[in-house]
Design a protein around this ligand. Structure first.
Ligand SMILES: Cc1cc2nc3c(=O)[nH]c(=O)nc-3n(C[C@H](O)[C@H](O)[C@H](O)COP(=O)(O)OP(=O)(O)OC[C@H]3O[C@@H](n4cnc5c(N)ncnc54)[C@H](O)[C@@H]3O)c2cc1C
Length: 503
């Protein structure tokens, strides 16, 4: 295997593939190393929304937009105490680049529908890839192979090579052997986030969060650790999206994943999307919603309880993240949401939904029963207990104890308050298994607008770049669509910089 390239990229998710594609378009010799047996990372699992401003799709829809307005609105998604940590200069710079990235993606043959609204964005900015985020991976892979880039999977990078301050290469495990590879222009860290990295989570966020899993079990923060080991600064490492309650993913690939992401059929689908009736688009969005969106906390305000695999209540369902920490301590780290007849009926129509992509789609009890039978069941108490192998006696006892509290006969042993309805009826709905998950993490390597990794003094580390979730640079990108927009924009920009510039 060749052991010298212009650019070596660590990670084959959205950001790394974008970087490789763009550097190749400028004629660089590129090697991309991916630790998994296939490309994709979290990007490949995602819904695929790309939020940007000033795009041609916005103009076609008669929307005037600009990065300054977008920056103001982007600051309204996270709670003020989290937003206070944002690197506003960097985020404003990024938002000024989103339109160019989207046009580049469209030139690569990708199709989007939208823009779709996502308040508090003042205008529609969310562009949704057709049919799903795997299309990004397929398009980049095709282009990289066409431009004679080299992709090696099953090749974890375990070390950065540094000579006289310069990062000059990496050590990767390839075919079981430690292999040193030289990068004449730069090494790009694009290794994703650390949702499933107990050591990092424990160190920066607190040990009580260690046993909470990440939605992507392979996102272990390797790139953050590689950067830290050679003195790069890490920012906002305690800021995470989640932990939050989510249903376990469906078995196998959800239907969307079977849709073609490449070739004539994908192109046809892209051209047809603007003409599809809205109900079909809503149906597709609802499928994604049922796969990934979290159940609403209002379920518990309205009386639902959580029980564990033994059929027992174990926490105050209305306090988080304590609730999520408690779930992660139960057998198999799972819990079920129990709704009685009254609550199930309540959550069967607007405005009481179980999950939502706000103002886009809403999922009710019947949607779950129809489309996610793996995480929903209705019937008598003994039918649902049997179906999910719960101990019926324990389940009945949990309900009795809860009812004594709800009717004012005793206080709740877990400290829950403000419930006044007993759980009763013949038709019960059990939702789950659900787990507590980290969805994404906001912490990353400090970078400048050239995507160079920085030491804590602010000095760039020569030869080292960080992008995507690995190189968040202190930005807070709450809301849908900004993480992918950042991954692909930072990838495009670093690819361009390293493709053009010879060191
Ligand atoms: C369910 C879900 C849905 C989402 N939907 C959206 C959405 O619609 N819009 C949006 O903006 N954001 C969404 N996000 C977030 C978004 O998908 C991610 O933040 C983004 O895709 C991350 O891209 P990345 O390139 O930084 O990382 P990744 O795509 O995770 O790529 C990192 C790659 O690096 C590899 N790697 C790791 N360590 C090493 C190593 N040592 N050596 C070599 N390779 C390594 C990994 O295996 C992986 O392939 C979603 C997240 C989840 C979990």
């Amino acid at each position: 295997m060749q052991t010298e390239y212009d650019v070596v990229i660590v990670g084959g998710g959205g950001s790394g593939l974008a970087a490789a594609t763009r550097a190749l378009e400028y004629g660089a010799r590129v090697l991309l190393l991916e630790k998994q047996t296939q490309l994709g990372g979290t990007t490949g699992m995602a819904i695929g929304s790309f939020t940007g401003n000033g795009t041609s799709l916005q103009r076609a829809a008669g929307i005037n937009d600009n990065p300054d307005d977008h920056e103001t609105d982007a600051g309204q998604f996270a709670a003020p105490e989290i937003e206070a940590h944002n690197h506003s200069e960097l985020r404003r710079f990024f938002l000024g680049q989103t339109a160019a990235t989207l046009e580049w993606l469209r030139e690569l043959g990708l199709h989007f529908h939208g823009p779709n609204p996502e308040p508090p964005n003042r205008v529609p900015r969310m562009h949704n890839i057709v049919p799903n985020a795997k299309a990004y991976i397929a398009a980049f892979q095709t282009q990289i192979l066409k431009l004679k880039g080299t992709i090696v999977c099953d090749a974890p990078v375990v070390e950065l090579i540094r000579e006289q301050e310069h990062v000059t290469g990496v050590v990767a495990i390839i075919g079981g052997e430690r292999t040193s590879i030289r990068a004449t222009r730069g090494v790009v860290l694009a290794a994703g986030d650390y949702v499933n990295a107990p050591e990092i989570i424990g160190r920066f966020k607190g040990n009580q969060f260690r046993s909470i899993e990440g939605v992507n079990p392979k996102a272990c923060g390797d790139g953050h650790l590689l950067a830290e080991q050679i003195g790069a600064q890490l920012l906002n490492m305690d800021i995470t999206y989640g932990p939050e309650l989510r249903f376990i993913p469906p078995p196998g690939d959800p239907f969307e994943q079977l849709l073609p992401t490449q070739g004539i059929l994908a192109r046809l689908m892209g051209h047809l999307v603007p003409y599809l009736p809205q109900f079909l688009i809503n149906w597709r969005i609802k499928r994604l919603l049922l796969t990934w969106q979290h159940p609403e906390n209002s379920l518990f305000d309205d009386g639902a309880i959580l029980i564990n695999a033994e059929g027992r209540r174990f926490c105050n369902e209305k306090t988080f993240p304590e609730r999520e920490i408690a779930i992660s301590e139960q057998t198999d780290k799972i819990a079920y949401i129990l709704l009685d007849e009254r609550i199930a009926q309540h959550y069967s129509q607007w405005p009481h939904f179980i999950s939502t992509a706000p103002k886009i789609a809403y999922a009710y009890v019947e949607d779950y029963l129809k489309l996610r039978p793996d995480v929903s069941i209705s019937g008598t108490l003994s039918e649902i207990a049997n179906a999910r192998h719960l101990n019926l006696d324990e389940l009945q006892k949990s309900i009795e104890h809860f009812n004594e509290y709800a009717t004012g006969h005793q206080s709740d042993p877990f400290g829950r308050t403000n419930d006044s309805h007993s759980l009763t009826g013949n038709r019960w709905v059990l939702l789950g298994p659900a787990k507590a998950y980290f969805t994404t993490t906001e912490g990353g390597v400090a970078i400048n607008q050239g995507l160079q990794a920085l030491e804590s003094t602010g000095t760039p580390i020569p030869g080292l770049y960080a992008i995507g979730c690995n190189g968040m640079g202190g930005q807070i990108l709450w809301g849908h669509g900004l993480h992918i927009a950042w991954a692909l924009t930072s990838g495009r920009l670093v690819g361009e910089a390293l493709g053009k510039n010879r060191r």
